[in-house]
Write a protein that binds this ligand. Structure first.
Ligand code: MTE
Ligand code: QUE
Ligand code: MOS
Length: 826
């Protein structure tokens, strides 16, 4: 009998790039003309702002005196907590002061902001501020927080079936602890803002923020203004990755407070070091799990307790934990499951959103468990994965959502063939076996993992967006939405969607800077939903305009051209056209209207055709007093996740993919080389193939950094000491996979998101987990001999730094070195 999964794999067709339009800023980026916040010219009288922050993890502010700073020539003003109108903010829980008053809870917590005319004066002013600190006891590990019951939010549980009962009866089980470190966003543009005071107390804020609406609100509240007195503009960001979703807002408030106090424009741009020290990272996690399975490796039960380090304030950590809990199943159907999550409060910078949110932590856990199971039952991990994979037809997740339109089985089967998984597995086995006695030989590993990433904010009210579309009389279009362009290409995608609606070339569509003046009450550009939400809203605005233009085109068809409004110069000889109801963007049943090739074409049922240039039609529409602008609103339908029960439809759909990674480890240094990566994803019908490929490969490599080399090191005061590229190792071009192939499958069946596309922003990052599982595979293979054939599971923390890899490979050497170090004898 034909293996149904294999047949699925063979049936998979790939998409090829049919000439994607380039990123709308590609030319200005490479010519250096793209304007970022700090590229705005300094205005007359503009002040530079700087921050005075705590050097201690937890401290009392015994004395704070800014007066000496104000004596320095060029220093204009300083603000402290008492100058903040409403000194509390927070995206989910309002628990964080904008400027701390008498106690600070992390290194980098701001106690004063100074404004000065020059950077030199500013540096002197900051140094002159007197702060007397009294150090207090601090909590700097998850374990210490658990012991002290120092928590943020409450314990969350999501469960299905009877995990406890099934664990008790399962023939086999594994348990373990997984330590997962944080990661810095390492955007190239640090947090930045310029604030211009406008007449009558209004403020215009140019911020590098993913969430202009929240920035507008936080600035207004900090300054004691009404929301309508603040406009926040975010033209483009030099990378964000989640790091500017919540944390750009207090930064903007600092400059706004100085602008308000001084009446002058104020600019705050953090240095890389300051930015890394002050701002929060990906939440570190500590996960304890027990998993029961049968002799084939079929998972019978999973029980996991996830603790995360939230840092000093709530920020987005509880929503991040929720997403982690919702991704502990990943691609696998687990009948009995209980996952619990608790955010811990520690004395670190408040941790925050980072590409994938909580997803990567849940997925890392289950993918590593699968590798454990494979070792225990003596099967290949890919077989265990395919055995447990959600079936193509409609399995249900632990939170009660049906996995519809599921391509995972086909993706697994297809990538298995495409990357020659079986053949290479055998080659790697032979390679390692031939070198067991050669302590100089590198060790190799291979792993193929999956991603099933839920698309939608799990907080329902965030799933809405709006867009403003203005058609101008030369037939060009300006589009404004709540989406923030941070490099991912959301603007180019929306431009493509709008261009297609009007049948215009993309070059006719301009994306305008994101501004709360045009698009209010927007959600952050996050959760990979930027295009889905804002693109859909823009498409709806276009549809309204197209309906009116279609109605006009139908009317013009039956009016002699010399009587069209554009031909009579408004002299009054043309009939008054009243555009009626019943005409959609595609015309009527009798008269089909098509917007294509820069023309609007009416095809009558009889076969007669009438065509008019888009710009000409638009000009006539204006003369006929037909509105050429519209506003579209979109709310994601069919969401029904109940946070209290942990059950329901959390996501509109899933973005799915698989990746196979092959690594080679140096036995002497622990250095990891990624020899080959094959990715296969389902991105529906991409709006822009090239941009999606950029997201796939970029996200994968960014994830590799988190999983391998990016190690955050804090000193005994809780201060980050790896705060620059020289001490914090992000991937460089040499670290990218030597062979790096990514393909997208052809899938016309996604009907949920705009134009049949699927979100690509975050999901590919989770595929890099295959690099980590491949490293672990290599380590366990290298040590298989020392276990005399018995399956021994070697834990491997994230990031799997060279040192950790070396520890994994030769724990004996490390035992000696560690003993020497602790005894002081070298
Ligand atoms: N790509 C680039 N170049 N720069 C970024 O900052 N952020 C990522 C992802 N890709 C990011 C990026 C994150 S965290 C998210 S949520 C999505 O883009 C947001 O954009 P989208 O919803 O338009 O995909
Ligand atoms: C994914 C996300 C976010 C999320 C949930 C996700 C996110 C975000 C929030 C959120 C939740 C509650 C709030 C709020 C924001 O939830 O980015 O202001 O009150 O900001 O599944 O990316
Ligand atoms: Mo992305 S972490 O949702 O900003």
């Amino acid at each position: 009998m034909a293996d149904p999964v294999r047949t699925l794999g063979a049936a998979v067709k790939l998409i090829s790039d049919s000439g994607s339009p380039s990123h709308d800023s590609s030319i200005t980026h490479v010519t250096g003309k793209s304007e970022y916040v700090d590229d705005r010219p300094m205005l007359k009288g503009e002040l530079h702002c700087g921050l005075v922050y705590s050097p201690h993890a937890h401290a009392r502010v015994v004395r704070l005196d800014t007066a000496p700073a104000l004596k320095i020539p060029g220093v204009i003003c300083a603000v402290t907590a008492s100058d903040v109108s409403h000194n509390v903010w927070g995206s989910i829980f309002q628990d964080q002061p904008i400027i701390a008053a008498d106690e600070t809870h992390y290194v980098g917590e701001v106690v004063a902001v100074v404004g000065a005319e020059t950077k030199e004066a500013l540096a002197k002013g900051i140094a002159a501020v007197i702060v007397v600190w009294e150090k207090l006891a601090d909590i700097r590990t998850i374990s210490a927080a658990i012991a002290a019951k120092s928590f943020i939010g409450s314990l969350r549980t999501i469960s299905t079936g009877d995990a406890e009962g099934a664990l008790a009866t399962a023939p086999h089980s594994v348990n373990g602890t997984l330590e997962i470190g944080g990661a810095d966003h390492f955007y190239l543009e640090s947090q930045a803002v310029v604030v211009y005071p406008k007449e009558d107390g209004q403020l215009e804020v140019h911020s590098s923020t993913q969430h202009p609406t929240e920035t507008q609100h936080v600035v207004a509240e900090a300054c004691g203004l009404r929301f309508s007195d603040v406009v926040c503009i975010a033209k483009r960001l030099g990378g964000a990755f989640g790091g500017k979703e919540s944390q750009a807002s207090p930064i903007a408030a600092y400059a706004a407070l100085i602008a308000k106090r001084s009446g002058r424009p104020a600019r705050l741009v953090l240095s890389k070091d300051e930015d890394m020290i002050i701002t929060g990272k990906r939440n570190p996690f500590q996960i304890e799990y027990r998993c029961g399975f049968d002799a084939n490796g079929k998972i019978l039960a999973l029980d996991a307790m996830l603790h995360s380090d939230g840092g000093a304030y709530a920020d987005l950590s509880t929503a991040i934990m929720e997403r982690a809990l919702l991704h502990c199943d990943n691609a696998y159907s687990i009948a009995n499951m209980r996952v619990r999550g608790q955010v811990c409060r520690t004395h670190f910078h408040p941790h925050t959103a980072f590409r994938g949110f909580g997803g990567p932590k849940g997925v890392a856990m289950i993918e590593s468990i699968i590798e454990d199971i494979a070792r225990v039952v003596g099967r290949d991990a890919l077989d265990v994965r395919m055995l447990n994979c959600y079936r193509q037809t409609q399995d249900i997740t632990h939170y009660g959502q049906r996995v519809e339109n599921n391509h995972l089985p086909a993706l697994f089967a297809s990538l298995e063939d495409r990357c020659e998984y079986r053949k290479r597995r055998e080659e790697i086995r032979a390679w390692n076996a031939a070198r067991t006695r050669d302590s100089n030989a590198p060790v190799r590993g291979l792993s193929l993992t999956a991603v099933k990433f839920g698309i939608s904010f799990t907080t329902r009210f965030l799933n809405q967006g709006n867009a403003l579309v203005n058609v101008h009389r030369d037939g060009t279009v300006q589009v404004s939405t709540g989406a923030v362009e941070m490099g991912q290409g959301v603007n180019s995608r929306i431009a493509s969607i709008v261009a297609q609606q009007f049948g215009l070339p993309v070059s006719s569509v301009r994306m305008m800077p994101t501004s709360t003046e045009k698009n209010a009450n927007t959600s952050p550009t996050a959760a990979s939903t930027g295009t889905d939400i804002n693109g859909a809203a823009a498409a709806k605005a276009c549809e309204s305009i197209c309906s009116r233009l279609a109605a006009l085109a139908i009317q013009l068809r039956s009016i002699p051209a010399e009587l069209w409004a554009t031909k009579t110069a408004g002299l009054g000889t043309m009939p008054e056209i009243i555009v009626g109801d019943g005409v959609g963007p595609n015309g009527t049943d009798d008269q089909r209207v098509e917007f294509a090739g820069g023309h609007v074409t009416v095809t009558v049922r009889s076969g007669a055709v009438f065509s008019i240039g888009f710009a000409e039609l638009v000009r006539d529409a204006y003369r006929n007093r037909i509105s050429l602008s519209d506003y579209g609103y979109y709310a994601t339908p069919n969401l029904g996740f109940d946070k209290v029960t942990g059950q329901g439809r959390a996501f509109l759909y899933f973005t799915q993919g698989v990746a196979a990674s092959e690594v080679e480890l140096d036995r002497h240094t622990g250095e990891v080389k990624v020899r080959r990566v094959n990715i296969l994803m389902d991105l529906g019908r991409p709006v822009n193939y090239a941009l999606d490929m950029g997201q796939v490969m970029g996200g994968f490599v960014q994830g590799m950094g988190w999983l391998t080399t990016e190690h955050l090191v804090y000193d005994s005061n809780g201060k980050l000491i790896s705060h620059s590229p020289s001490t914090y190792k992000i991937p460089n071009v040499q670290d990218t996979p030597r062979v790096f192939n990514a393909d997208l499958i052809f899938n016309e069946s996604n009907t949920e998101a705009v134009r049949g596309s699927k979100a690509s922003g975050e999901p590919p990052l989770l595929l890099s987990i295959s690099v980590w599982t491949a490293i672990r595979d290599a380590i366990m293979s290298a040590r298989a001999n020392s276990f005399a054939g018995k399956a021994q599971l070697v834990p491997l923390a994230i990031p799997a730094t060279a040192e950790r890899v070396l520890r994994g490979l030769s724990p004996e050497s490390f035992a000696i070195w560690d003993a020497q170090e602790s005894s002081g004898v070298y």
